[in-house]
Design a protein around this ligand. Structure first.
Ligand SMILES: Nc1nc2c(c(=O)[nH]1)N[C@H]1C(S)=C(S)[C@@H](COP(=O)(O)O)O[C@H]1N2
Ligand SMILES: [Mo]
Length: 206
C-alpha cells in the first residue's frame, strides 16, 4: 500500500522533470530566480523624453512617445529564456508589443536584411530580420504583471526568447534596419553572431 504510494509519487515527479528537461537547451541549468546581467550602469530615462524608433532602411521612420507606445496593441507572452552564462528560466511572463505590430508602421526598403536593436547607454545587438518577425520578438514593458524593473531593462526591453538572452536588449530605444550585418556590443567581443541556444551558438566559431 505505502509502497505503491511512493512509486506513484516517484513516477509523477519523473514525468514533471522530464517535461521540463525537454525545454532546457544543452549545457544549461534551470534557475528559479531572475539573475541581472548588465554590462554597465542602469540608465534611468525620463519617460517624458523616452521614445521608440524604427529607422534605417525604411521609407519613413516611425517613432512613438511613451504614451503612444502604451496605446499600441499589446499581448501577454509566456516564454522560456536562456542566458549564455548557462541559466535557463521557464515560463517567464511578459506584456508588450510584438515586433510585427511595430514593423507594420513602416514600409521596409527591399534591401533591409538585418536589424540592430539600440539602447540607452549605448548597448546594441544585431539580429537577422527573419529572427525578429512572425511572433518571435517583442518589446516588453511589464514582467510578471508589474512594470518592468529598471535592472531588467525597464521601462522597455526587447525580448527575443528563441536566442540567447544577450540578444534581448534592455532599455531598448529602437530598431535600425540595415542591409549588411553589423556585430553589436557582445558580438564584437566574441559572442556568437546568431546565438541559438539549441545549437549552443555561444561564442564566435561555435
Ligand atoms: N542594454 C543592455 N541590454 C542587455 C545587456 C546589457 O548589458 N545592456 N545584457 C544582455 C545580457 S548578456 C543578458 S544575459 C540579458 C540579461 O537580462 P536580465 O538582466 O534581465 O537577466 O540582457 C541582455 N541585454
Ligand atoms: Mo548574458
Amino acid at each position: 500500500m505505502s509502497e505503491r504510494f511512493v512509486t506513484r509519487g516517484f513516477v509523477g515527479k519523473r514525468q514533471d522533470a522530464g517535461t521540463a528537461a525537454n525545454r532546457i537547451p544543452p549545457g544549461q541549468h534551470l534557475v528559479k530566480d531572475f539573475p541581472v546581467l548588465s554590462a554597465g550602469p542602469t540608465p534611468r530615462t525620463d519617460l517624458r523624453r523616452w521614445s521608440f524608433r524604427i529607422e534605417g532602411l525604411v521609407k519613413e521612420p516611425a517613432q512613438w512617445t511613451w504614451d503612444e507606445f502604451g496605446k499600441l496593441p499589446a499581448q501577454e507572452f509566456v516564454k522560456d529564456i536562456s542566458c549564455v552564462t548557462k541559466w535557463t528560466k521557464l515560463d517567464t511572463r511578459w506584456r508588450g508589443v510584438s515586433a510585427d505590430v511595430l514593423l507594420e508602421h513602416v514600409e521596409l526598403d527591399g534591401r533591409a536584411r538585418f536589424v540592430v536593436a539600440f539602447s540607452d547607454g549605448g548597448y546594441t545587438t544585431n539580429l537577422p530580420l527573419p529572427d525578429v518577425i512572425n511572433g518571435q520578438a517583442f518589446v516588453a514593458y511589464e514582467y510578471d504583471g508589474k512594470p518592468l524593473a529598471p535592472e531588467h531593462g525597464g521601462p522597455a526591453r526587447l525580448v527575443v526568447p528563441h536566442l540567447y538572452f544577450w540578444k534581448s536588449a534592455k532599455w531598448v530605444r529602437g530598431l535600425r534596419l540595415i542591409e549588411r550585418d553589423e556585430p553589436g556590443f557582445w558580438e564584437s567581443l566574441g559572442y556568437n553572431n546568431h546565438g541559438d541556444p539549441w545549437k549552443e551558438e555561444r561564442y564566435s566559431g561555435d
